[in-house]
Ligand binder design. Structure first.
Ligand code: GLA
Length: 384
């Protein structure tokens, strides 16, 4: 399939055929190097205009909102070349504002949880916005997912993409320092989706940016992901308390449902009754990646839907991966395709530093100081 896709794309480019002229709904609609296009996606209550950008390259199609940097749709061909949108989302801005459980969004200033929303840095204790019981989740009540980002499209060689900017002022959600965040979404000619995160601060602070895409490689709204096969290159994970805050232990996955070192379906052990699973209503944990922090992204996880053949491979330089099995989807949200999302109808694989790192000296540090640059990369590669 990989080869076919590339041949078709190269052929179309050589013949100068506009991608849209080729049968849409098949892999032949792949383009290369065209500038992203912008269209209206409604307005916020205060009149702020929301836009949706469409990008396509190497057989992958992406639609991105300036609201939260949300990946609204991501379309991929299956092994027969038929496209499906493989991420959860909404078809209107109001639902994103009112009730999104972070569908497709950029997460900041701190992805995942900080216990009691508190941490001490350089002798000073900071109180963050608390929005998940007594804890702070995904940056607080108005995290980076709930802001309008500045978006600039680009074409660079055979890559196309968007550069997204958001500046979080000193004290926002309780975090110290003005943080200038820049996130670049790139689609390569091989159809990879790369996320580059970049941030600087003017006071010491903590940062942990991630992307909260909900995957269902069979197509969003098509049912459970329990038959998806998953592999995670991690021999340990961080067990949590009942509020999903890590206890600090790096526990072995050996002999537990958390062992995804050999490929297995998500459903196989999801009802095994391990105390950590019962507490989280499934999988909602941080895996400690064997490779640790690396200079360059390394492959750490593979997700595959056996029915469509669609495959997602994730590479990152980050030390952790939060695998969340869509436990809180409860049939109350209706997605882009008009179908409701029930528990386990999608899953998240969030590359990140460990949850609650500012309160655990044994976890890799998430402190960013003036003069330092926060820079990390995650690569999503697709196949069928
Ligand atoms: C995360 C958390 C989950 C849940 C979802 C959003 O990934 O780990 O516990 O809060 O976000 O519903």
């Amino acid at each position: 399939m990989e080869l076919n896709r590339r041949t078709v794309i190269a052929g179309a480019a050589a013949a100068g055929i506009a991608a849209t002229a080729l049968g849409s709904g098949t892999a032949e609609a792949a383009s290369g190097g065209r500038k992203p296009v912008r269209e209206s996606f409604g307005k916020l209550a205060d009149g702020t205009k929301i836009y949706r950008w469409s990008l396509e390259n190497g057989g992958t199609r992406l639609k991105v909102l300036n609201w939260g940097g949300v990946v609204q749709t991501l379309e991929l061909p299956d092994r027969r070349g038929h496209y499906a949108n493989v991420v959860n989302g909404f078809d209107n801005i109001d639902d994103y504002v009112a009730k999104s459980p972070y569908f497709g969004a950029l997460i900041g200033r701190y992805g995942n949880r900080i216990g009691k929303g508190q941490f001490t840095l350089d002798g000073k204790t900071y109180q963050l916005s608390v929005n998940d019981g007594v804890n702070s989740l995904h940056g607080g009540s108005q995290g980076f997912d709930k802001h309008v980002w500045d978006v600039e499209p680009f074409v660079k060689g055979s890559d196309v993409g968007l550069v997204l900017h958001y500046t979080s002022i000193d004290g926002e959600m309780g975090y110290p320092g003005t943080l200038k965040a820049k996130v670049t979404y790139t689609l390569t000619r091989r159809g990879e989706w790369i996320i580059d995160y970049h941030a600087t601060t003017d006071k010491a602070t903590v940062v942990n940016l991630t992307s909260h895409v909900y995957w269902n490689l069979a197509g969003e709204g098509s049912g459970t992901v329990e038959d998806h096969e998953l592999t995670i290159a991690a021999g340990r994970y961080t067990p949590t308390d009942s509020g999903l805050i890590p206890t600090g232990e790096l526990a072995t996955v050996r002999g537990t449902p958390f062992d995804f070192r050999e490929t297995k379906t998500i459903g196989r052990d999801i009802r095994a009754g391990h105390a950590q699973q019962v507490q989280a209503k499934g999988f909602d944990h941080n895996w400690v990646l064997d490779k640790g922090i690396t200079a360059k992204p390394e492959h750490i996880a593979t997700l595959r839907d056996p029915r469509s053949g669609r495959t997602l491979k994730i590479a990152t330089d980050q030390p952790g991966l939060q695998f969340y099995s869509g436990n809180f989807l409860d049939g109350t949200l209706t997605g882009t395709g008009g179908r409701t999302y029930r528990q386990g109808d999608a899953l998240c694989l969030e590359t990140q530093h460990f949850p609650d790192s500012p309160n655990h000296a044994n976890f890799p540090s998430t402190v960013l100081r003036p003069g330092q640059v926060y820079r990390t990369r995650t690569v999503h590669s697709f196949g069928a």
